[in-house]
Design a protein around this ligand. Structure first.
Ligand SMILES: NC(=O)CC[C@H](N)C(=O)O
Length: 239
């Protein structure tokens, strides 16, 4: 895509062995108006994509620690380089775990504090709307999207947490109930530049009217996650 034009942006979606949600992520990109491009974990070439989504699932069976093996995939070398150059990268759930393991985002994901897998419709507040993936939301907007994981507890030392808060890098915060014991109710964060964002809940499962979760106040359209994908397209046009 040529910067500043309305050409269709090409958004890569990386598949690792054990990835589950790559097809939903590709569908979300398409519904937002972008062109999804399948990327394979063993291929170190990003094929000229404009942005990358690391989707959810159980890459490498979550062996050792979720994301700990995926981080060494050839595709991740390319993603790390591209992210450092400013390319938008979104990690959803297992993708967020991979981003922390790859040190593109600080902190770690550990077992949910209650030690159970959790699957629910989760309310979040969007606290930072200046990132590549959230610029189409209103500051403080509450959105409802699915959450499903076992290793969803975000932990970091207090200095890192203070830094994230102070720099406005807590992008999403759980509302109503903290589903996994994450420090300071943090559901998602960004890097300092705002091009790399990771979160545990799944926006790609709430992009189509009639199929996403209801909102807090009763049935809604269920498309609260679509804004992630329209946001990145908007950020690429502005770039
Ligand atoms: N939905 C997912 O991506 C699952 C993430 C991760 N493997 C976990 O269970 O914690």
């Amino acid at each position: 895509m040529t910067a500043g034009t309305l050409d269709t942006a090409r958004i890569g979606v990386v598949t690792f062995p054990g990835t589950l949600d790559d097809r939903d992520a590709a569908r979300a990109v398409r519904l937002a108006g972008g062109e999804p491009v399948s990327l394979w974990h063993a291929d170190g070439d990003l094929h000229g994509v404009d942005a990358v989504v690391l989707p959810g699932g159980f890459s490498y069976g979550d062996y050792l620690r979720a994301g700990a093996i995926s981080r060494f995939a050839p595709a991740m070398d390319a993603v790390v380089d591209a992210a450092k150059g400013g390319m938008p990268v979104l990690g959803i759930c297992n993708g967020f775990q991979v981003l922390t393991e790859a040190h593109l985002l600080p902190g770690s994901m550990v077992k949910n504090d209650h030690l159970h897998f959790v699957c629910r419709e989760q309310v979040l507040a969007v606290e930072n709307t200046s990132t590549a993936w959230t610029n189409r939301y209103a500051p403080g907007q509450r959105i409802t999207i699915p959450l499903k994981n076992q290793d969803g507890q975000f932990v970091a030392d207090d200095r890192t947490l203070d830094e994230l808060e102070g720099e406005g890098r807590v992008v999403f915060r759980y509302q109503g109930w903290n589903p996994n014991g994450s420090r300071r109710d943090i559901a998602g964060i960004s890097n300092a530049r705002g091009n790399v964002v990771g979160l545990m809940p799944h926006p790609e499962h709430a992009v189509e009217a009639g199929f996403g979760p209801d909102g807090e106040d009763g049935p809604r359209s269920g498309t609260d996650g679509l804004g992630f994908f329209t946001s990145v397209l908007a950020s690429l046009v502005r770039a």
